[in-house]
Design a binder for this molecule. Structure first.
Ligand code: SF4
Ligand code: SF4
Length: 214
């Protein structure tokens, strides 16, 4: 496979031509905040957090193919400002109760909040008055907490490849995922639960997930 050389934060890296800036950075131990990216799925760019500076322009790194000689900065005043706005909107609409959350410790949102140094008290003041949505426990293998869901789409696109059972329903911040009442389509492979970057999909106690068919 053809190779290209690019510069990320002053580090020269060599990578395959058919890859993206985000993938190259992560492969080389350079962290760029992201929620909706998964290496086995086509990048959607919905979380808008993986932006970088490319020759003075802000671009979404998960959807930017690498090119020979590129100079990428993972942080800049503009990148930091835009990323902070995006993450604050997300956190303001999220039930940040990390203590006791099943995602705590492995949660991508927790990591990003620490990286950006989110002031939770300040963000709490931006929070719209919103009712807590009920936990969806209709699936026999896992529960779904819509209050913790960051709408990254990873579970839906993962399930598309297996059973095409999970779908989105609703609009804006009322959007949530559902099996439309037909959990019999679920293969209990557990891939959606394993890939959820936060604590929104919670395995029911004593569930042993099956091997994924594909
Ligand atoms: S999903 Fe992540 S950020 Fe949200 S409460 Fe759980 S651990 Fe905290
Ligand atoms: S349940 Fe998890 S994986 Fe699915 S959209 Fe919500 S945050 Fe993403």
């Amino acid at each position: 496979m053809d190779k290209v050389t690019l510069n990320i934060d002053g580090l020269e890296v060599v990578t395959d031509k058919e890859t993206t800036v985000l993938q190259t950075a992560l492969n080389n131990g350079i962290y760029i905040p992201h929620l909706c990216y998964h290496p086995d799925l086509k990048p959607t760019g919905v979380c808008r957090l993986c932006m970088v500076d490319l020759d003075g322009k802000v671009v979404i790194s998960c959807r930017t193919p690498v090119e020979q000689g590129m100079v990428v900065k993972t942080r800049s005043p503009v990148v930091d400002m835009v990323r902070r706005i995006n993450i604050e909107i997300l956190v303001a609409n999220h039930h940040v109760t990390c203590r006791g959350c099943p995602g705590s410790g492995r949660c991508a949102l927790q990591k990003i909040m620490a990286y950006i140094r989110i002031d939770r008290k300040r963000v709490r003041r931006l929070r719209p008055a919103k009712e807590e949505l009920p936990l969806d426990n209709s699936n026999p293998f896992f529960d779904y907490d819509p209050n913790k869901c960051v709408l990254c789409e990873i579970c839906v696109h993962t399930c598309e490849k297996i059973q095409d059972g999970l779908k989105f329903v609703g609009r804006g911040y009322s959007t949530k995922i559902t099996f439309f009442g037909d959990s019999s389509r679920c293969e209990s492979c557990g891939e959606c639960v394993a890939r959820c970057p936060v604590g929104a999909l919670i395995p029911k106690e004593d569930v042993v997930f099956q091997e994924s068919p594909g």
